[in-house]
Design a protein around this ligand. Sequence first.
Ligand code: 6GU
Length: 262
Amino acid sequence: MRFDVISIFPDYLAPLELSLIGKAHQEGLLELAVHDLRDFTTDRHRTVDDTPYGGGAGMVMKPEPWAQALETVLNLPARTPGIAEAGNAAEPPVLIVPSPAGEVFHQSIAQELSQEPSLVFACGRYEGIDERVLDWASERFRVRPLSLGDYVLNGGEVAVLAMVEAIARLIPGVVGNPASLVEESHQDGLLEYPVYTKPAVWRGREIPETLLSGHHTRIARFRRDEQLRRTAERRPELLAVMDQEALDRADLEALREAGYEQ
Ligand code: 6GU
């Protein structure tokens, strides 16, 4: 899978060379290139912004450097062969535009995007990119404006770090133990259960005794109850949208005990 990121702050994306994602890049499990938008300007000052038509505060990103950058990325050599390559070969690549005005990014979107052979990220700064770029790009890419949530960042770079990490870790081989992907928050619509390690008593605090029982069925039930309790307490809206078929009698009992009324 290939990732291309276009930004006026390419150094902002340096953390992608660290940890599991960096290792996956080194090992060739994914291709990653960061492009400086200013390399696609033609004036002496490498200008990427200008004042907004209609007036108002702030600056807007000029369209032409974006078109030059996006055309260049479209013509880059083929990505690393990936699992989804054959199935998606005919489709235009996905262009992700991080924006607080986008659709909210979610584990299911990460899952979907991890199946793509190629993802391009266009990091806007200032008040945003001239809207005509998105219109022009929609004839060459499948454009996805995506937001991290309902708060405002100064630009798309931090959002791209989060999205690339969420997507890349779903690529087979990037995370060492694939089982650890299955038992995580949001994978089954519930928050994760709490975890403990040695010592069994730490500063006077014990671990839940079920975890010492060696009784796998009871441990699984304990963890499931903790997931339900936490989700009811912290994110009740997740339970409200959950497929009710996914809850058995023991689950409903745990929710009642947690004081969750549906
Ligand atoms: Cl994707 N971009 C910006 N600039 N701000 C955000 C965001 C994205 N998601 C939440 N806030």
